[in-house]
Design a binder for this molecule. Structure first.
Ligand SMILES: [Mg+2]
Length: 247
């Protein structure tokens, strides 16, 4: 199979926390010689520029326009659909910056949108503020529903765990902007530079990465260096085309 484009997840595929996974540098260089490489992450904690910097510092040269994040997807979506709304953010600096760069007013009061991403300083107070906006009719967006995040030390709670708390408190269901949503799918296709059937999506999660690739009509490869174990692939309804020990 000759692919013309490769869509790579980051956490659990390229690195875990701050540690590059073994052999990744050479593998990405090889993929680059064969076609376009696009990095797509549901992690909203950094801006695209910061991801480019992080990857470069780990030895993988990547340009900002080769990276799509759920924070970037959320910012584009809000700028298009709620350009004048105040936005309450549960999330980290990366998400805030992506929103502010597009002229979106990030604030605490009078908010028409609540957006939830990974926030390692999440508190009861933030949950209460979000609930209040939502009970008054604000829209609820989630950067992703990943229950966990893979680090060097094992899994930590992901944005999905926080989204669940906000949904529970407000009785609302969040609109998803990250993988495997249609919003993220359209963004990937816009950046791909190839037909989806000529692309391979490589990820470590069945319900986000592999589901996204399948929804877009791409071939999919699951790597076992992240969130998913081989036994889980057998039990899942979502079947990747390939299962690989690592990238
Ligand atoms: Mg991942």
């Amino acid at each position: 199979m000759h692919f013309k484009a490769f869509v790579l997840d980051l956490d659990g595929v390229v690195y875990r926390g701050r540690t590059l996974l073994p052999g990744v540098e050479e593998k990405i260089a090889k993929l680059r010689r064969r076609g376009r490489v696009l990095f797509v992450t549901n992690n909203s904690t950094k801006t695209r520029a910061e991801y480019a910097e992080k990857l470069s510092s780990l030895g993988v040269e990547v340009r900002e326009d080769e990276i799509i994040t759920s924070a970037y997807a959320a910012a584009l979506y809000i700028a298009e659909h709620y350009p004048r709304a105040g936005v309450y953010v549960i999330g980290e600096a990366g998400l805030r910056k992506e929103l502010e760069w597009r002229g979106i007013s990030v604030r605490e009061s009078d908010c028409g949108v609540v957006v939830v991403g990974l926030d390692r300083r999440f508190t009861y107070e933030k949950l209460a503020i979000a609930q209040n906006h939502l009970l008054r009719g604000a829209e609820l967006l989630a950067t992703n529903r990943d229950p966990t995040l893979v680090t060097e030390r094992g899994p930590i709670p992901g944005a999905g765990s926080i989204v669940a708390a906000v949904e529970r408190a407000s009785g609302r269901r969040a609109k998803l902007v990250g993988k495997p949503s249609k919003i993220m799918g359209e963004l990937i296709l816009r950046h791909l530079g190839a037909e989806p059937q000529d692309a391979l999506l490589i990820g470590d999660r069945l319900d986000t990465d592999i589901a996204m690739g399948k929804a877009l009509g791409m071939r999919t490869a699951l790597v076992l260096t992240g969130a998913t174990k081989r036994e889980e692939v057998e039990r899942s309804r979502i079947k990747p085309d390939y299962v690989l020990d690592r990238l």
